[in-house]
Ligand binder design. Structure first.
Ligand SMILES: [Zn+2]
Ligand SMILES: [Zn+2]
Length: 379
């Protein structure tokens, strides 16, 4: 028996990455009871994110298999392990691949959300005590991003769950677990967009639209959305962009023309394309422009920056999960939705079943819709 065998395990259905470059295989696996500091969550919804596809493809050098993918989950606490105080059964929660212990050197600083409490084990596919709760026929199955939410249930550390209002529909909560919070947070927390400023967002997928939403919430005066697809630019207008532009080699010049030759106060890059990143840097305003990189570049790719752009006052920063401190700030973002300030429903383009998870990947590759969400059809 595996190490997980000493505890009672339940049978759950989950989407397993068996082999890189192959479709996920939905099957029955075993999930052991939560141990100390851990929580059993019944998933109600999970978004299909580009990072899942990136890992499944084998392109991610840190990836491992077999494991249960998925990290954009929302559900209900079913059971808690010994010593858990942050959540209780019945609580509605959003899963956090970026936990918030509240005590490590990074959690104690207001400058970052990069909690280091469980990083090492999480990166290897294990819960904080170095073991897995997932198994199959007595053989260990690793967790993914500390979440593994392409599954009916998951076991996670309590520090990696954000308790949210029970009034928020859980399918709409799912994108707050990754893409949507990443974009909104980049504007609100990383860049801290000031009221009345100018903003340009490169790429209008879920992260880019989140940055548009965040800039609007921050009171930006002009929000210019840039994408290659007209339908995404229309989406951007719906979520708060004031102007749109089809991207191209002339984008930097055009943005400067729009701003008396100076450039944009805050630019956000959400495509992962290093040439677009360079445009985001070069279109940032002389003297104080801030370019925030949200997209994930391909392995080994470099961002070229001409040093003079920095000497003359532009700044470049990166943003992971939008700089959002998950347990304390994700619930605040959900409250914006409940207050009517975010149209989450418009972001949920496809609702699919767990068995259709590979179709969710296809939709993403075809850039069909903004977010596909797996719903588990619970109560
Ligand atoms: Zn993601
Ligand atoms: Zn921490």
């Amino acid at each position: 028996m595996a190490r997980t065998g000493r505890l009672r395990a339940m049978k759950i259905r989950a989407a397993v990455l068996e082999e890189f470059g192959q479709p996920l295989v939905v099957q029955e696996v075993d999930l052991a009871e939560p141990e100390a500091g851990e929580v059993l969550v019944r998933l109600e919804a999970c978004g299909v994110c580009h990072t899942d596809l990136y890992t499944a493809s084998g392109a991610d050098p840190t990836g491992y298999a077999p494991c249960v993918l998925g990290h954009e989950g929302a559900g209900v606490v079913e059971k808690i392990g010994v010593g858990v105080t942050m959540v209780k059964p019945g609580d509605h929660v959003i899963t956090l691949f970026a936990p918030e212990c509240g005590q490590c050197i990074h959690c104690r600083s207001s400058r970052t959300n990069r909690c280091i409490a469980i990083r090492e084990q999480q990166g290897r596919g294990y819960l904080p005590d170095g073991t897995a709760r997932l198994s199959r026929g007595g053989e260990e199955l690793r967790h993914f991003m500390g979440t593994s939410t392409f599954a009916e249930y998951t076991v996670m550390p309590e520090i990696a769950l954000a308790k949210v209002s029970p009034e928020a529909p859980l399918d709409g909560c799912a994108p707050f677990a990754c893409g949507l919070s990443t974009g909104i947070g980049a504007a609100l927390y990383t860049a801290q967009v000031e009221r009345g400023s100018t903003v340009a967002v490169f790429g209008c997928g879920l992260v880019g639209l989140g940055a548009v939403i965040g800039a609007r919430l921050a009171g930006a005066e002009r929000i210019i959305a840039i994408d290659l697809a007209e339908n995404r630019l229309k989406d951007a207008l719906h979520h708060g962009a004031t102007e749109t532009r089809v991207g191209g080699p002339d984008t930097v010049d055009w943005l400067k023309e729009q701003t008396d030759g100076y450039g944009i106060d805050y630019t956000f890059e959400a495509t992962g394309n290093v040439n677009v990143m360079r445009q985001a840097v070069e279109s940032a305003r002389e003297a104080w422009g801030l370019a925030t990189m949200c997209g994930v570049a391909g392995k080994g790719e470099l961002l070229e920056v001409i040093p003079r752009f920095l000497i003359t006052g532009r700044r470049v920063t990166g943003s992971s999960f939008g700089g959002v401190k998950g347990r304390t700030q994700v619930p605040l973002l959900v409250d914006h939705w409940l207050n009517g300030d975010i149209d989450v429903e418009a972001l949920l383009s496809h609702r699919i079943t767990l068995d259709e998870v590979n179709h969710g990947f296809e939709l993403m590759e075809q850039q069909d819709g903004i977010r596909s969400v797996i719903t588990f059809g619970g109560s």
